[in-house]
Design a protein around this ligand. Sequence first.
Ligand code: UN1
Length: 505
Amino acid sequence: MNYDFLTKLALDGAQQGASHGQWLETTHGETVRVHTPIDGTEIGAVHLASRADYEQVVSAAQAAFTKWRMVPAPQRGELIRRLGEEFRANKKELGALISLEMGKIRAEGEGEVQECIDIFDFAVGLSRQLYGLTMHSERPDHRMYEQWHPMGVIGIITAFNFPMAVWAWNAAIAAVCGDTMIWKPSLKTPLCAIAIQKIVDRVFGPEGHDGVMCTIVGTDSEVGETMIHDKRLPLISATGSCRMGRHVGTAVAGRLGRCLLELGGNNAIVVDDTADEEIAVRGILFGAVGTAGQRCTSTRRVLASRPLARRLADRLAAAYQSVAIGDPLEDGTLMGPLIDQLAVDGYLAAVQQARDQGGEVLCGGKALTDRAGFYVEPTIVWSETRLPISREETFAPILYITPWDTLEQAIADQNDADQGLSSAIFTRDLLSAEQFLGHAGSDCGIANVNIGTSGAEIGGAFGGEKDTGGGREAGSDSWKAYMRRQTCTINHGQDLPLAQGIQFG
Ligand code: UN1
């Protein structure tokens, strides 16, 4: 396989792991070795950044902030527009790099780059729309309004499974809001981050805006911990496991900082007996098998109305047999590898527990040991009642299917999860759809009808409730998380009336 795109985008001799517009000579002394999950071979090494390197990057980002916040928002948007142009021009190569380093298939890798482009476009428009409200003052000759100011240096922590898009959601919005930022990518996918930083530097450097977007490749203990405890970062936006989020949230709350958490999901699809089964099968297949089940929005459970439940499960099992598993860069592959051996072990342990708990494995259940890399079979587990293992978010293509008798029971079961990220119903019954979307319906941040749980568009706010962390990223009014709000009251009269009618002296 020709990996020229890798050299073109990310690797250029001994790759340093920290940049504030210039790559630092990092002082940590150790490297992180990057392996492709496609066959486990080493594809690069990156010099880790130390706490001292982090200090340099924060200082540069702080200095950049004093300048960047004074640039009119539409001009900030112009640089994001140019960033989008670069991503358009390099879409194929960036997508392939995602596939190589993370393992998702080419179509999904390019889809992720498209998601970056989409949020850049959104942010460009947003740069002319950071609206504040005006209010009617209760006092004569007074005007009240609120305005939004840039907040400072934002900390962005991302996971391996979306090594570019989740950065883009945060970075594009934070940048047009006037913030500067430091990105700590997953140590499983640092090359994607380096490729992005190199593009950023090409766009921002010549305009004198080095340090607006910075990257630091470091360990959790050294860099991650420092970031979350650092009072100079007013907002930490973190994506990853619920365990990680609980730790980050606690640390940031301890210093009264702001957190934007986008954590795990245990997403279910409800199917009733009016549903178009063909569409349901396709939606479930993409949700459960797409990205090898490694999206936070992946479909983990199907709750199907009893008359069709077993038939649907058998149809899905048949569809699963035709899923081509293999090299994600090859045409025709529908499912690539898991990220690493730890993920394969987690998959095998979950399948074993499902069996031990009485689940019937309808298809899959094994790791593919005939080849190098971290490949597993997509798996369907049938059970009449809920298995305890279905409460866990196993980051792998395992789908649990159970039947239900009433829609109320199905909705209660769909909500009976620690997390509350994404949910869906397949139905052609208007009343069922509305019941699912109503106040007593899905408790998730995302609720879809006749669409699977994954593959959200960037225009909506993305995130979820309960153990998913409550944060909202990407579209809608998520930008408000990246700015500080100020309420202003202006007295343009000749007197000083007090609010609440108070007479003082
Ligand atoms: C994630 O898995 O962390 O909705 C993000 C989706 C994608 C984003 C997933 N647009 O599946």
